[in-house]
Design a protein around this ligand. Structure first.
Ligand code: TEU
Length: 539
């Protein structure tokens, strides 16, 4: 694994294509819209883009339910549009990662249409089919993340099929080697086209227990963390048998072997399990995936203790792979709202979040709109599109609030995203944070993001250096980065009050020439303004 691998320490900009830019004004963003905005993306100083699914899909889960892995959904354009996008991105020096949803397909996929016909067809065993219990109930207690039982009765075949997500997202049976090969063939189709990497959706869900054993109940004190609302019974079980099976780890070797036939390509696995840190280490061990995507900073816990213990535990366990941090994505509330709860929402806050996540050891996925400091959009129930949100409203309002269209122009209708009413309304609060209002404002979060990323990419110590935490203050995140004889002290005041820390040695302040509040060092004391940062050279 060479240090110069493009993905190591890279910033990967996540595009949710429905909401990025609508080039044909049908209210839904598209591939040609992304191509049009590639110069903007290049101006951000990111290394790569990851495009959420744009494949043929009935869109029940907005593209995460694929009915043809080798076709572009007409809503997003056609294959020509994708080829143009890839070519133009490469001309601009941007790597392109695509989203591969392997654990399940759409119920409209030809494989499933055939599989459900009867128990004897060629694809009869391609999905997780099971007979009902004597009393007609499903074969075991597995649940769907999106609500209800994980099993759907199919009247055609007179059996249940497994769905870890929506009932329109049947789980593939990876125990069947033909399924594995078909999945690998679909991946290879895109590698041949020249994509640079894969984001592997819900990858821990590929294999499910062959014996269909019941999941054990989880005691109330352990129902924490992974972003499930309190009325989602999914949090009441340990998902030992429907998720994170050892066979999935073996399948990662096959994905890697395929990638290795296309030098320079890399895979980022979305890791979600009962012990995500342990799984991140396992999924990247040996010749498995290059990077593991962490959910740990996508929770509500914005404390020095949480960030410190998460990164420390990962550093202790992960040997071969490379972590990939994210503080926003298309599944969780936007970071300014989520972590900024109880803080005055300021540009400074957004800037600090950018500086923080890109100063940790690892690669970073940065979600569209993060550079603008957007807040979670408030939506009426009537506007909701996400079935997950509709199911659990109002304790969990779903994922639409982070999926509203990108605001491009303050003056234009729908913030210049489209000339027609978009599939989700543009948030009125986003209009004034439009790209065009921020781009010429040297104090904006957008200009900070651009100048910061351009500087960071030249700082090998931030990209590749070791990381060691030091506990100096409960509200100030402090760590050292060390690389090739160079050592930096790095700190972030996570609180809305000024704070002081006492260093064990005085440092040479690194004058960061950015519009961001910075601490002052007086002797061995560093005084940090609210949400301020301080970087010092220890050499
Ligand atoms: O998300 C995976 C996912 O939802 C779980 O892994 C996670 O445990 C859950 O969000 C609780 O925090 C991916 C996509 O990102 C999402 O948009 C899709 O809906 C989902 O897979 C199904 O394909």
């Amino acid at each position: 694994m060479s240090e110069t691998s493009w993905w190591k320490g890279a910033v990967i900009y996540q595009i949710y294509p429905r909401s990025f830019y609508d080039s044909n004004h049908d209210g839904v963003g598209d591939l040609a819209g992304i191509t049009k905005k590639l110069p903007y993306i290049a101006s951000l100083g990111v290394d790569a883009i990851w495009i959420s699914p744009f494949f043929k899909s009935p869109m029940k889960d907005f593209g995460y339910d694929i009915s043809d892995y080798q076709a572009v959904d007409p809503l997003f354009g056609d294959m020509n549009d994708f080829d143009n996008l890839l070519e133009r991105a490469h001309q601009l020096g941007i790597k392109v990662m695509i989203d591969q949803v392997l654990s399940h397909t759409s119920d409209q996929h030809a494989w499933f249409t055939q599989s459900r016909q009867n128990k004897t067809n060629d694809k009869a065993d391609w999905y997780m089919w099971a007979d009902a219990n004597q009393d007609g109930t499903p074969p075991n207690n597995w649940l769907s993340i999106f609500g209800g039982m994980g099993w759907q009765w199919d009247s055609r075949r007179q059996q249940y099929y497994l769905h870890n997500f929506l009932s329109s997202q049947p789980d593939l049976n990876f125990h069947n080697p033909d399924v594995q090969q078909a999945v690998l063939d679909n991946i290879e189709y895109w590698l041949k086209k020249g994509v640079d990497g894969l984001r592997l959706d819900a990858i821990t869900f590929c294999f499910n227990d062959k014996e269909l054993r019941d999941n054990p109940a989880k005691p109330i004190e352990e129902r924490n963390g992974r972003g499930f609302s309190e009325d989602n019974p999914y949090a009441y079980q340990y998902h030992y048998f429907n998720n994170d099976r050892p066979e999935t780890l073996d399948f990662m070797l096959k994905i890697r072997a395929l990638l290795d036939r296309y030098p320079g390509t890399a895979a980022l696995g979305e890791i979600s399990s009962e012990d995500s840190i342990k799984s991140m280490a396992e999924y990247t061990q040996g010749n498995r995936l290059q990077m593991a995507y962490s959910f740990e900073l996508l929770t509500d816990d914005f404390s020095v203790e949480h960030i410190t213990t998460t990164v420390q535990q990962l550093e202790a366990q992960m040997k071969d792979g490379w972590p990939c941090w994210a503080i926003s994505n298309h599944d969780v509330a936007r970071v300014v709202t989520r972590w900024g709860k109880g803080h005055a929402k300021s540009k400074q806050l957004a800037k600090m979040f950018t500086a923080l996540v890109t100063s940790l050891r690892g690669s970073v996925c940065s979600y569209q709109g993060e550079e603008l400091g957007l807040e979670e959009a408030e939506l009426e129930f009537e506007n909701l599109q996400d079935p997950f949100g509709i199911e659990f409203w109002p304790t969990f309002k779903g994922r639409d609030g982070c999926r509203t269209p990108m605001p491009w122009h303050i003056e234009k209708e729908h913030a210049g995203f489209s000339q027609n009413a978009p599939w989700l309304p543009v948030s009125p609060a986003h209009q004034s944070l439009s790209v065009d209002t921020q781009i010429d404002d040297p104090t904006s979060s957008l200009v900070f993001y651009q100048t910061w990323l351009k500087w960071r990419t030249t700082q090998d110590i931030l990209k590749y250096g070791d990381i060691k935490f030091v506990d100096l203050h409960s509200d100030v995140l402090c760590f050292y980065r060390e690389y090739k004889g160079k050592k930096w002290f790095v700190s972030f005041n996570l609180s809305a009050q000024a704070q002081s820390i006492v260093l064990s040695e005085s440092t040479q302040p690194i004058n960061l020439k950015f519009d961001i509040l910075q601490g002052q060092q007086v002797g061995q004391i560093v005084n940090l303004p609210a949400h301020g940062i301080y970087f010092g050279n220890c050499a």
